[in-house]
Design a protein around this ligand. Structure first.
Ligand code: 4AD
Ligand code: MG
Length: 470
């Protein structure tokens, strides 16, 4: 029998939710309350934060047995009449005429009893935490963000391209890659042999990708406007609240575009997604505002309503040097900005998102375009990072080096071998064009929007050092 989604009954969508209708709903019981000759269940099917109240009258078949069997976590199907609810905060409820139980949840052992659980505890039961209010809200908002990403680019004629997950090249040149091999490492060690990668599956060392950018550039120099949206991997041993070993990234790449155009696109993109989430997930956003972080709505409005601040790296350093704040890490032209510096700029100094441009060449990847101009201009590259209040760097992007000779020299100067990048260099050899792109860390975005303190709580099954459970 067809069943209704709870959200449709509550909101009156899909032609459902009329008082007097007979309906069937399925889901997991969140709470059970027993009165005299009556019981109330709160049922949730994941479609909305709010559950549906199911009223069980004593007259229902097997009332006593049912009430015993049904507990928090039990999965059931309820059929009955949709009636106006007398209870607070709910318009409708179901007067059940029949209940079928799918699966029991023993109250002695089911870990999600009706009480506040710490977020750290919930992380250890990642297979059950999606059934909580908080994680339900997080993953619905995550879904809305993903939908908005595709909608934004598809509306603008961008082609979604699929870039490889296994690769032989290190896009960021930071050496933070996970190896991929079919070798039996124990066997090699036991035999005391040295590793010969020509014998390995791909005939050379291979890795999980850190970014789809280089392949996106290939596609952009054929389709003009493309984007990727896929998993990326970094073996950086950083146990922070902003780093994952496996995260999702969106990387648009645009031909005939410079850094300013790139920044415009990024700003429009972030505004679009946040606006979409505010419109489609009001209940979940209210939950975050009330229960997680009271800056959530203020930060969201800053993205949507305000023009992002744009400054150069050199200006950022000057601001940081002049301010009275004591930082843990040093501030000096040529050093990378640390999270504390980024957050100071976005949260305290400008109090809104900031786009920092033109970073020193020495701290950025080889593919970024070297600035034209004076000798000191040529010490910087056309890079931009977008810093958001609450998380710091949320987007990293750049105009790409389109000049063959400059690029080749840059690859050499960072200690990479131009031969390994022959196909990337070919893009500059044949029909080269100015082009630019950026990468948005999807979990950083969801973290920003939801106000969740730790990035491990905005992806269903986080991967970080010493943890690959589930
Ligand atoms: O700044 P990143 O390293 O830039 C790139 O990978 C470029 N290839 C992007 C491009 O121009 N196409 O990473 C981009 C974004 C960061 O701004 C951050 O939001 C996110 O990816 N990110 C991470 N998110 C979670 N965990 C990690 N370990 C991350 N490392 C980067
Ligand atoms: Mg970066």
């Amino acid at each position: 029998m067809a069943s209704a989604r709870i959200i449709d009954l509550l909101r009156g969508t899909q032609g459902l939710g009329q008082i007097g209708d007979t309906c069937t709903v399925r889901g997991w019981v969140r709470t059970k309350r027993e009165g005299k000759g009556i019981a109330f269940l709160e049922l949730n099917d994941g479609s909305s934060l709010q559950g549906l109240q199911i009223v069980l009258p004593q007259t229902i078949d097997d009332y006593e047995a049912l009430i015993k069997q049904i507990n928090t976590g039990t999965s059931i199907e309820a059929t009955g009449l949709l009636v106006e609810s007398m209870g607070k905060g709910q318009k409708v409820e179901v007067q059940a005429t029949a209940i079928a139980v799918f699966g029991n949840a023993d109250p002695e052992t089911y870990p999600l009893q009706k009480k506040r659980h710490s977020i750290e505890f919930l992380r250890t039961i990642a297979h059950l935490r999606p059934r909580t209010n908080m994680f339900g809200a997080v993953f619905r908002v995550r879904n809305a963000c993903a939908y908005a990403v595709h909608q934004f680019f598809q509306e603008r004629g961008f082609i979604w391209v699929h870039t490889p997950i296994m690769t032989a090249s290190d896009c960021e040149g930071a050496g933070e890659m996970f190896g991929v091999t079919t070798f039996d490492l124990n066997e090699i060690a036991a035999a005391g042999k040295s590793v010969d990668f020509t014998e390995d599956f791909f005939g050379k060392p291979a890795f999980l990708t850190v970014s789809g950018q280089l392949e996106a550039e290939i596609m952009a120099t054929a389709f003009s406007n493309v984007y990727t949206f896929g998993p990326t991997f970094r073996a950086e041993n950083s146990n922070t609240s902003r780093h994952l070993a496996e995260f999702w990234m969106i990387e648009p790449e645009v031909a005939f575009c410079d850094l300013e155009g790139d920044a415009d696109l990024a700003e429009d993109f972030l505004k679009y997604i946040v606006k979409y989430v505010l419109e489609t997930c009001p209940e979940d956003m209210e939950f975050f505002q009330e229960r997680v972080n009271d800056q959530v709505m203020i930060n969201a409005r800053k993205i949507v309503d305000q023009q992002f601040e744009r400054i150069t790296y050199t200006e950022a350093i000057a601001i940081l040097e002049k301010c009275s704040k004591k930082f843990e890490f040093p501030v000096s032209w040529g050093l990378d900005l640390q999270s504390e510096h980024e957050r100071f700029l976005a949260e305290e100094h400008f109090q809104k998102p900031v786009i920092v441009m033109d970073y020193p060449l020495g701290i950025k990847a080889f593919y970024m375009r070297v600035n034209d101009g004076t000798a000191s201009d040529r010490q910087t590259v056309r890079a931009m990072d977008i810093l958001a209040p609450g998380v710091g760097e949320i987007i990293g992007g750049s105009q790409r080096e389109e000049r063959l000779d400059v690029l080749e020299a840059r690859i050499r100067s960072v200690g990479l071998n131009p031969e390994d990048y022959w196909w990337y260099l070919d893009l500059r050899r044949y029909g080269t064009v100015p082009h630019a792109g950026f990468g948005l860390g999807f979990e950083r975005l969801v973290q920003f929007i939801t106000g969740m303190g730790n990035i491990r709580d905005v992806i269903p099954f986080p991967r970080f050092p010493q943890s690959a459970e589930f």
